[in-house]
Design a protein around this ligand. Structure first.
Ligand code: UDP
Length: 326
């Protein structure tokens, strides 16, 4: 065995893909998940402990019972709009509960941590593609909570030697080729799953949020990165930390930008379905263009996305969508 990893939020969309890769890489995996947005049926293996990362007693029992080499943290709320209306819920869940987790790690002398951060820490970008040294000026509470944890981690490294990797995800998408785990949000707010719901007739149409952006076709441009490529980056970061690497922050994107209209066109081509569209006003807080530079992690850790094209990403999401329907 290569080690034992605590995956917090391992019953969620990205966490479940991570668990599968950790098991394939011969790690023992323990999953802590309160199943609020996660789902038992997404857990592909490992030991599932239902419980909250904000519960110090649960954490003490967990850390006393296992010799964890590292902790990966996927358990957070991630809807920008909801965070604007309910900032206290977001600060409680995303910041305060992470604080409780880090306290337990230091108490039990576990000092490797991989954190799921977001492109939302950058706010409205002043340069594209976005590099890691771009100023961090989040424009919503969700981004603020993620940036607050990033700063907390830097302070914990300085004080306690807590070595960490911060991974700033751009738009996670797609599903494992097996089709048995994938994106399962209720309500669904993300573009690709909604487009596929429209393709299969589960909803009448997809509403495009804004057609007057300063982009080639007026719709927002995003950088879609396959969930297995995200998980693969965590595995590389884990190996580096296990070998004594210092703390680091990396973007995770495909470095390709696609507009909302381009995503819909690609989905029509992949599914062979019509996908009715209606246009609507902008969604508050959406920057026009978010595209990552992922050069830093490519150079430092040798990360190379395997799912390079948008069509492939959509095809894996469609495969999962079709299996869900049955
Ligand atoms: N979007 C849209 N209609 C929808 C959902 C999303 O036009 O029903 C747009 C949204 O405005 C953004 C892009 O699709 O420009 C990606 O949105 P998503 O919520 O998937 O990810 P985000 O970029 O907000 O993290």
């Amino acid at each position: 065995k290569n080690g034992t990893i605590l995956v917090v939020g391992g019953a969620g969309y990205i966490g479940s893909h991570m668990v599968r890769q950790l098991l394939a890489a011969r790690y023992d995996v323990v999953i802590l998940d309160n199943l609020s947005t996660g789902n038992r049926k997404l857990v592909p293996g490992g030991e599932l402990v239902p419980g909250s990362l904000g519960d110090a007693e649960v954490l003490d029992r967990l850390f006393a019972g296992h010799d964890f080499d590292a902790v990966m943290h996927f358990a957070a709320f991630s809807q920008v709009g909801q965070s604007v209306n309910q900032p206290l819920v977001y600060y409680r869940n995303n910041l305060a509960e992470t604080l409780t987790l880090l306290e337990a790690m230091v108490r039990h002398d576990v000092r490797r941590f991989i954190f799921s951060s977001t492109a939302a820490v950058y706010g409205e970008p002043t340069a594209i593609p976005i590099t890691e040294d771009h100023p961090c000026l989040p424009t919503n509470p969700y981004g603020n909570t993620k940036l607050a944890v990033e700063r907390l981690l830097a302070d914990c490294d300085a004080a306690y030697g807590l070595k960490h990797t911060v991974l700033r995800y751009f738009n996670a998408a797609g599903a494992d080729d097996a089709g048995d785990i994938g994106e399962l949000h209720d309500p669904e707010t993300h573009l690709i799953p909604i487009v596929l719901q429209a393709a299969s007739g589960l909803i009448d149409h997809i509403r495009v949020f804004g057609t007057d952006y300063a982009t080639t076709d007026g719709t927002c441009v995003r950088d879609y990165v396959h969930v297995n490529d995200l998980a693969r980056a965590h595995l590389l970061a884990l190996d580096a930390l296990m070998q004594g690497a210092d703390s680091a922050t990396y973007n995770l994107g495909s470095s390709n930008g696609y507009s909302v209209n381009e995503v819909i066109a690609a989905a029509r081509s992949v599914t062979g379905k019509e996908i009715p569209v209606v246009t609507g006003p902008r969604r508050p807080g959406d920057p026009a263009i978010l595209v990552a530079s992922s050069e830093k992690i490519k150079h430092a850790l040798g990360w190379k996305p395997a799912y390079a094209s948008l069509r492939t990403i959509i095809r894996t999401a469609w495969n999962w969508h079709l299996k869900q329907a049955h």
